[in-house]
Write a protein of this length. Structure first.
Length: 522
């Protein structure tokens, strides 16, 4: 059988084309494999796996900086060798670069991480702190403005012009009319000496006048006898000062004995206020300090005065000390026994170093701040705090003028410091104070469910160091107390420790930045 040459040629062409395509495809595949082998493998996305020994030198995508590992700042003890979402919090893992390693004195944090953690700083400055101290007190008579009238000789009360105690009297107003026999005898003797006009008896008249004075006769009565040259058997006693008749010890017709008290008059031009100052605030009050008092009876009016004395006695029940004030009371509105509220104007005369109060971290035995050097490095520093007022706290030791301290995000800065092995931490560590060796501080984030006295019920996330899952449990309140604005429903970051009794006690609590109530804590 013959095969046509026209039939063979097209078939041969088709066969040759297929063979050529296969050869070209194989060559392209080999070339692609060779090139791919020279490129770095892409990093898988998704949930990161725990860090291994061979992944610590990974480079961050789009960067030449060497990444040591990734971590969740809220769970600093867990490391990952790949980027991705945190299995603990709803956030991306944060890379830790080799050039951010701690230098043994602080911790370095990249600007991007600082922004993510909400780190804010404020300068250390100088200012006068004015702390308003308020106390309650009661009004009392001013014992320096008092007049006591006693019987200077034996006699009788023939007439009484005042009838009751607490009766207001004016200076010069008659109080009682007395008959004193000895005064009558002294007057007659004087008049007899005056009738002897001879110069030889001139000294006798002077002696008789002196005897009238020695019997206790008022000077006004003696002058009346001299001018009228007649006996005045009845003597009227008048009020020496204006005020309130606080004591009335005689009645009309009563017999008087020498030295017997008759009247006591308390002046009302000024009054005393005995303010009950807490024992802890006694050092802020000093004599001469200006103060103002207000009372519920006259809320629109305030009474100015100053601290007269600090009485050297502490009430054993209320643990308060009395600060005695002298207040002007020209209109007589303040009366003894009335309650008043006293505001002391306590202002420092010097200008100490001050920082925002929120920058302080109180652990119970130490007070710390984080100092920023401006280049992303933060160093924890022990400080000694003093007076606190107007949202600022006096720093007596530990800081210098011009330094910047962290006022927000200290919790996460401390987590970074712990992660990098800084030698000075917020909490006590093995190198801390005597007796704190081996004490561990743990960090977590959660929501306050309830606050009952010194017990705080928290729902928190996992705590890897203790192998705790998410749970709701009770913690003891910090030794320094909870921030006053915290309440149930607030999201917080907190640190805690285990006590010798096996309980878990909070060491610090901080609202989560951006939470519903976080602004109320600042």
């Amino acid at each position: 059988m013959k095969i046509s040459t026209r039939t063979i040629k097209p078939s041969l062409r088709l066969l040759l084309g297929l063979v050529g395509a296969i050869i070209i495809g194989a060559a392209g595949y080999q070339l692609g494999v060779h090139r791919a082998a020279r490129l770095p493998s892409p990093i898988a996305s998704g949930t990161a796996a725990p860090a291994g020994t061979g992944a610590s030198q990974t480079a961050a995508p789009g960067s030449e900086r060497r990444v040591l590992y990734w971590h969740d700042p809220m769970v600093p003890g867990q490391r990952f060798d790949k980027p991705g979402r945190s299995p603990f919090m709803d956030m991306d893992l944060v890379p830790v670069y080799a050039d951010e390693a701690a230098d043994g004195e602080g911790v370095r944090i990249s600007p991007r991480v600082q922004q993510s953690l909400g780190v804010r700083t404020a300068p250390v400055s100088r200012a006068r702190l004015s702390r308003a101290l308020q106390a309650v007190g009661s009004v009392a008579y001013n014992d320096r403005d008092v007049a006591v009238i006693t019987a200077r000789n034996n006699g009788y009360v023939e007439k009484l012009f005042v009838r009751t105690t607490l009766q207001a009297v004016r200076q010069g107003e008659p109080l009682a009319q007395l008959y004193v026999p000895e005064w009558v005898a002294a007057q007659e003797e004087y008049l007899s000496a005056r009738q002897l006009a001879d110069a030889r008896f001139e000294g006798l008249a002077q002696a008789a006048r002196q005897r009238m004075a020695l019997t206790g006769m008022p000077e006004s009565v003696i002058r009346q006898v001299e001018s009228s040259l007649s006996v005045h058997p009845r003597v009227t006693i008048t009020a020496p000062i204006s005020g309130v008749l606080s004591e009335l010890s005689v009645r009309e017709g009563a017999t008087l004995g020498m030295g017997m008290p008759m009247f006591r008059i308390n002046g009302m031009r000024s009054v005393w206020v005995n303010a009950q100052v807490p024992e802890a605030a006694a050092g802020q009050v000093r004599p001469g300090m200006p103060a103002r008092a207000v009372t519920a009876a006259f809320p629109e009016h305030s009474f100015a005065g100053k601290v007269d004395a600090i009485l050297p006695e502490v009430d054993a029940i209320t643990r308060t000390i009395k600060a005695r004030l002298e207040l002007r009371n020209a209109d007589g509105k303040l009366v003894p026994g009335m309650f008043v509220t006293v505001n002391f104007a306590s202002t420092q005369e010097r200008e100490p170093l001050v920082v925002p109060s929120e920058a302080l971290i109180r652990t119970g035995t130490r007070t710390l701040v984080f100092v920023a050097d401006g280049n992303g490095s933060f160093t924890p520093v022990d400080v000694e705090s003093g007076l606190e007022a107007e949202g600022r706290t006096e720093i007596r030791r530990g800081l210098e003028m011009g330094q910047h301290v962290v006022v927000s995000g200290q919790f996460l800065v401390d987590s970074e410091a712990s992660l990098r092995g800084t030698q000075v931490r917020m909490q006590q560590d093995a190198a801390g104070e005597p007796g704190s060796a081996g004490e561990s501080i743990y960090h977590a984030q959660g929501t306050i469910e309830d606050i009952d006295g010194d017990e705080v019920m928290l729902t928190h996330g996992p705590v890897p160091e203790l192998k705790w899952p998410s749970m709701t449990m009770a913690f003891k309140a910090p030794a320094a107390g909870l921030p006053g604005a915290l309440r149930a429903g607030d999201s917080v970051r907190f640190s805690f420790k285990r006590t010798d009794q096996g309980e878990y006690e909070l060491t610090a609590v901080e609202p989560v930045p951006g939470s519903a109530h976080e602004g109320a804590h600042r």
